[in-house]
Design a binder for this molecule. Structure first.
Ligand code: FUL
Length: 417
């Protein structure tokens, strides 16, 4: 057995599915449901299904917008806390089947699944465990049966899912039958990421601002102790050692669902870029919520902002001036000629674990190595920004690591920020 193989075995490493999921980097969250028609964030489960009547619902518009902006997966709230189901479930009549929309024959989950397949992006579902409509909720065992039947419909009827989003809100102090729920996910969707509860394969970052604290390590051990992850104390023992973070945030400040006349709450491109630097730039994944309106369309202003955000990411990071991969304590990048740079993006080859725990970035300026910045975690990705310098060589010097560093990519950019 080679030395590197031995070292790899000692470190916690991601599963192939986690590895692929971390590469996605950008996901679009989509909160849509009975709340959309009631100007509210948390319905009590008492709003009549007759209120659900989008006159122009177009899931292709939602998914196309996500794709055009560079997002690589899409998650729909199949059921939020109010219990209203966006698919024609056999478990309750509190669903689209009891609504006037498409004369009760519509299925929002299917339209989204199909649109994602057409556009070639991943599809995931959010299914709230907390259910404020379902009478059996009062009886934990009965409700577990109900919830598992709902999950079974969703896990088996809509093709491959990239992620199942389990929201802890409203469930404080409540125990669900997680071993049974996990077994269902494993049976029907063995490749899907499990968000946050049960035996999660990805974790909540601990806030709804879309930002990861730095350093944001990938291992369960480092997140368990963190002030942000009380939920992690309840994870099942089957939770893998590698549990990367997902950062969720709505594009309209603090609003997950659409409400009339709130365009002024849209985050600016600068704010979104700040979020990007502090989520993707800290090695986590960003899940940005954009909510369809009561017509069933993403509002024009929100789409415009989303696309501006995508364009800004591409204009800053779409074209590296130079890049290299390498291993060992020093990875050096020689530029074809001296040029102005202001960003370095480094990726570890995390298939071999998270090895680097302290590093410094340096540029060769006027015949000497100049320190640009230093940090601790790199993981899937670290974006470092600094005042522009003209350099013909840049190097990453690893000061501390758990095993010999493996750098998948070190790239330099001139973003002009
Ligand atoms: C929270 C929920 O209570 C919000 O309504 C929203 O769904 C957000 C993503 O998660 O816990």
């Amino acid at each position: 057995m080679s030395i590197s193989r031995k070292l790899k075995d000692q470190l916690v490493v991601p599963s192939p599915e986690q590895l692929a999921w971390q590469e996605l980097e950008l996901g679009m969250f989509c909160h849509f449901g009975i709340n959309t028609f009631c100007n509210q964030e948390w319905g009590e489960g008492k709003d009549a299904p007759s209120l659900f009547n989008p006159d122009r619902l177009d899931a292709k518009q939602w998914v196309r917008s996500a794709k055009e902006a560079g997002f690589r997966y899409f998650i729909l709230t199949a059921k939020h806390h109010d219990g209203f189901c966006l698919w024609p479930t056999a478990t309750t009549d509190y669903s689209v089947a009891s609504s006037p929309w498409r004369e009760g024959r519509g299925d929002v989950v299917k339209e989204c699944a199909d649109a994602c397949q057409e556009e070639g992006i991943g599809f995931g579902i959010y299914v709230s465990p907390w259910d404020r409509h379902e009478p059996s909720y009062a009886d934990p065992q009965q409700y577990d049966d109900f919830y598992c039947r709902q999950l079974e419909e969703l896990l088996s009827g809509y093709g491959p899912l990239v992620e199942i989003w389990f929201d802890g809100a409203g469930s404080e102090g409540r125990e669900y039958d997680w071993p049974r729920i996990m077994e269902l996910v494993k049976r029907y969707q063995p490749r899907a990421m499990i968000f946050n509860m049960g035996a999660p394969t990805i974790r909540w970052v601990g806030n709804e601002d879309g930002v990861a604290p730095y350093p944001c390590w990938n291992t369960a051990d480092s997140s368990r102790g963190s002030m942000f992850s009380e939920e992690s104390l309840k994870w099942l023992p089957e939770t893998p050692g590698w549990v990367p973070a997902e950062c969720d945030v709505p594009i309209r400040k603090d609003r997950w669902f659409w409400h009339p006349d709130e365009e002024h709450l849209l985050l600016s491109v600068d704010q979104l870029m700040e979020i990007y630097y502090r989520s993707v730039g800290h090695g986590a994944t960003l899940l940005l919520n954009v909510a369809p309106d009561h017509h069933g369309l993403l509002p024009e202003a929100d789409v415009r902002r989303l696309l501006e955000f995508g364009t800004e990411i591409k204009s800053r990071f779409g074209h590296a001036l130079a890049e290299v991969s390498g291993s060992g304590e020093i990875v050096q990048l020689t530029l074809p000629q001296a040029c102005m740079i202001d960003h370095v993006v480094v990726k570890e080859d995390i298939a071999y674990g998270e090895r680097v725990s302290q590093y410094v970035l340096e540029a060769f300026v006027d015949g000497a190595w100049l320190e640009l910045t230093r940090g601790s975690a790199i993981g899937h990705k670290k974006i470092d920004a600094f005042a522009p310098v003209s350099a013909d060589n840049v190097r990453l010097r690893v000061l501390k690591s758990a095993a010999s560093p493996r750098i998948k990519n070190l790239a330099v950019y001139r973003c002009g920020q």
